[in-house]
Design a protein around this ligand. Structure first.
Ligand SMILES: O=C(O)CCC(=O)C(=O)O
Ligand SMILES: [Fe+2]
Length: 206
């Protein structure tokens, strides 16, 4: 039988490809940031189809029907579209302690940014555990990471996922400048409407 001719390595690769649908190129996108410990920028990790489903799911929640509303939070059982999204996140990159907790996430924040809007540099509240995931949808935007005099910038495109743990979560601040147009890598990024979905886990009070 043909299967017996496959070497062990080939068989392992074939199984990995079937389970994770990944290739070496894609794995490169999932490397930890070279200068920010605990930061993973997973480019185009969310398929176009799932991005569309999530945008529809957010719209169906009716959170942003009032033009003044730009942030919504959910705790506990998350909506089905959010659970579907959370289940696709590359949480295997997190430490064992984070990725094996049950559930990995029990809170979400949806933020909607109109062109020219941003979010001030901050560290997420300590009432949330380590291990935070941010999914970018809609327009691209530059996120700034700052720690003392260190400054790093990342261009977040639709479908990108950021994973923050350790230093990236507790030491570095993250924020988005309130500008309508910005430069990145010698190109201009004209902001459109951007939505982000952040997943976290509440610290359990004992
Ligand atoms: O919009 C983003 O990408 C970041 C959102 C964020 O940092 C937060 O809600 O704490
Ligand atoms: Fe944040």
């Amino acid at each position: 039988m043909a299967a017996y001719a496959i070497t062990n390595n080939e068989r392992v690769e074939a199984v990995l490809l079937e389970v994770f649908g990944t290739s070496d190129d894609e794995e490169d996108d999932f490397k930890q940031h070279p200068r920010i410990n605990g930061l993973y920028h997973c480019q185009t990790a969310v398929s176009d189809k799932l991005q569309e489903a999530v945008i529809k799911g957010v719209a169906a929640e009716g959170w942003f029907t009032d033009a003044d509303m730009n942030q919504a939070m959910r705790f506990g059982t998350l909506p089905v579209w959010a659970t579907n999204l959370a289940n696709t996140l590359p949480v295997h990159l997190f430490t064992k302690q984070i990725r094996s907790r049950q559930p990995v996430f029990d809170q979400l924040t949806a933020n909607v940014y109109e062109p020219g809007e941003g979010i001030c540099a901050h560290v997420d509240l300590h009432k949330f555990e380590d291990g935070i995931a941010i999914v970018s949808l809609g327009s691209a935007a530059v996120m700034d990471f700052t720690f003392g005099s260190c400054h790093e910038r990342l261009l977040l495109r639709p479908g990108d996922v950021l994973l923050l743990e350790g230093d990236a979560r507790y030491k570095w601040q993250h924020g988005i400048a309130a500008v309508a147009i910005e430069e990145f890598g010698g190109e201009h990024n004209q902001r459109g409407q951007r939505t982000s979905i952040t997943f976290r886990k509440l610290v359990r009070e004992s």
